[in-house]
Design a protein around this ligand. Structure first.
Ligand code: NAD
Length: 542
């Protein structure tokens, strides 16, 4: 056995390719988009390395052209959930007893395959299946996925490196065991990279998973699973189980061996999972680790010293990229009266320039929202604002689901800082602005802190550095990722570890070593060289 102590230095982040017309990467991507559009693939379950077809099927469609079917997928029932749990448990010992450098090499190979052979595959699947434009897909499906895989390897090394001191007559060691049981990875539709990381972070630390992917991200998630297998992931380490979340969740959460939940998605779903874990505590072998990153009601706060153009660009990019379907998307904004007329004119004119449409037309800044349920929910908020005398729609407010689920970027101005769209997570291209009197700065900071139950991301814009520091401090718990003079989206692995508290989750910071610590179950071993031979202590002797 190779007993070298190996150190993986922190990697540099994967470069974002430009996809200029005529470039090699653009030609390859266009070809792959055509290929994936022209076939309807079948997506089986993958349990213990084997493809399983249940015959109970559903369809994967393009959100921007929902009549176009991309795939038929098979849904798991109770039997398949049990098979997935058994497969994860069967390989558990083998996997966590491997030298960690072997696990690391599989992560690094998966990263390399995604950077090269499968770059266009994973991008095309994310673009078509989740309606992301080239740039949004490249920064997520390719770059962030690769960054998670590579950084986790170096974070794991740092964790394994940690050892306690040894005092006189003893040797102390820490052993970083995997959790005893399997991890339930439950992923959202909006980031391919998160789907990868919810599995691969625990897997790097020696765990095995049962993976419930989001139905609306199945195309890219299936290709991811194939890449993991090609990279050498042994059968059963990750078990890919599409189907109904509530059905799969109920059976998995009942398992005696459920050792952890790695979740990203809505606050409501995480609360359900937490409730099930709490109700099952007597039935588990160990207290499960519950790690969940959930929703946000992310803000941009403008100080009167802010520069209006910077503010307007941050608002447009922060609120409307990927149709506002980022957990970090700006969805409420506080602007002082003195800056408002100029800021308003700029954001309205920028929003009106935006075109919304097919992902293959590179001039579209925005594409479709994910599905009909999301479309109905988002447009419900828009209609509510239209009918209220406390709000007016400054731009947008129109939508159509005829061909695809398209919603124009919508900016609402409200006179009520507690207006519904200032408080609830909408998860769509809707930004609500509250204009405050400059003299009410302190009260407005307080409002910003207390308006929403979430605490995910937020930004302050200010040229006055002292004011920025003061606001940053006052809004200490309002955001787990706080930005000064930048939009509140776009956290990068290794550079801005991501997550928030309050109703936004457990804040275990994906993209940092804190997250990986949750997936180990450390054992401390103390060895005494010369053990005691008399039970009496010296002071007891005459
Ligand atoms: P969702 O909660 O609807 O679904 C997430 C996953 O949970 C899906 O795979 C779904 O099938 C599954 N699920 C649903 N009910 C379940 C149940 N009862 N048991 C087990 N699994 C169940 O979320 P979504 O619509 O896919 O994603 C959007 C949400 O995710 C937004 O609220 C967004 O803010 C949040 N999000 C947060 C972060 C973050 O890092 N904080 C990142 C991305 C997305």
């Amino acid at each position: 056995m190779n007993n070298a102590l190996y150190n993986f230095t922190a990697p540099s982040n994967e470069p974002v390719l430009e996809y200029l017309e005529g470039s090699n990467e653009r030609i390859l991507l266009d070809k792959e988009l055509k290929r994936q559009e022209s076939v309807e693939i079948e997506i089986p379950l993958i349990i213990g390395g084997k493809e399983i077809r249940t015959g109970n099927t559903g369809k994967v469609v393009m959100p921007h052209h929902h009549g176009h079917i991309l795939a038929t997928y098979h849904k798991a029932g109770e039997k398949e959930v049990n098979m997935a749990i058994d497969a994860a448990l069967e390989v558990n010992r083998l996997w966590n007893n491997l030298p960690w450098t072997t696990r690391a090499s599989i992560m690094l190979k998966a990263a390399e395959l995604l950077a090269t052979t499968y770059r266009s595959t994973i991008n095309a699947a994310t673009m078509l299946g989740q309606s992301k434009n080239i740039y949004q897909s490249e920064i997520d499906a390719v770059c962030e996925t690769i960054d998670f895989l590579k950084y986790n390897v170096s974070f794991a090394g740092k964790i394994y490196e940690f050892q306690p001191r040894s005092a006189f007559n003893q040797l102390n060691r820490m052993e970083f065991r995997a959790l005893e049981g399997f991890v339930f990875a439950v992923s959202p539709f909006n980031f391919t990279s998160i789907a990868s990381n919810l599995n691969m972070a625990p897997v790097m630390m020696g765990n095995t998973t049962v993976w419930k992917p989001a139905t609306t991200a199945l195309l890219s998630n299936y290709y991811l699973m194939k890449v993991f297998m090609e990279a050498g992931l042994p059968a059963g380490v990750i078990n890919f189980v599409p189907g109904s979340g509530s059905l799969i969740g109920k059976h998995v959460m009942n398992s005696y061996h459920m050792a952890g939940v790695h979740f990203t998605g809505s606050n409501a779903t995480f609360n359900t999972l937490w409730g099930q874990a709490a109700g099952n505590l007597e039935n588990y072998k160990s207290y499960p680790r519950l790690v969940g990153e959930t929703g946000g009601k992310d803000f941009i706060f403008a100080h009167p010293s802010a520069l209006t153009r910077e503010l307007a660009v941050a608002a447009i990019r922060g609120a409307f990229e990927y149709q506002g379907q980022k957990c970090s998307a700006a969805s409420r904004m506080y602007v002082p009266e003195s800056l408002w007329p100029e800021t308003r004119d700029m954001i309205v004119s920028m929003a009106e320039e935006i075109t919304v449409g097919d992902v293959k037309d590179a001039s579209n800044f925005m594409n479709a929202v994910i599905d009909e349920k999301a479309f109905d929910s988002i447009t419900g908020y828009i209609d509510y604002a239209k009918s209220s005398n406390e709000a007016k729609i400054l731009t947008g407010g129109t939508y159509s689901k005829e061909e695809g689920f398209f919603i124009r970027p919508t900016i609402i101005e409200t006179v009520n800082p507690h207006f519904k769209t200032m408080e609830e997570e909408i998860f769509g291209p809707v930004l609500t602005v509250y204009v405050y009197k400059d003299k009410d700065l302190d009260d407005t900071i307080e409002l910003c802190d207390t308006t929403s139950p979430f605490g995910l991301t937020g930004a302050v814009f200010s040229q006055d550095r002292i004011a920025a520091a003061r606001i940053c401090n006052k809004l200490r718990y309002a955001a787990g990722n706080f930005y000064i003079n930048d939009k509140p989206t776009g956290a990068i692995v290794g550079l801005q570890p991501f997550g928030g508290s309050r109703a936004s989750g457990t804040n275990d910071k994906a993209g940092g070593e804190f997250n990986l610590v949750r997936w180990v179950n450390p054992r401390t071993i103390k060895e005494t060289f010369v053990p005691a031979t008399d039970y009496k202590y010296p002071y007891m002797k005459k």
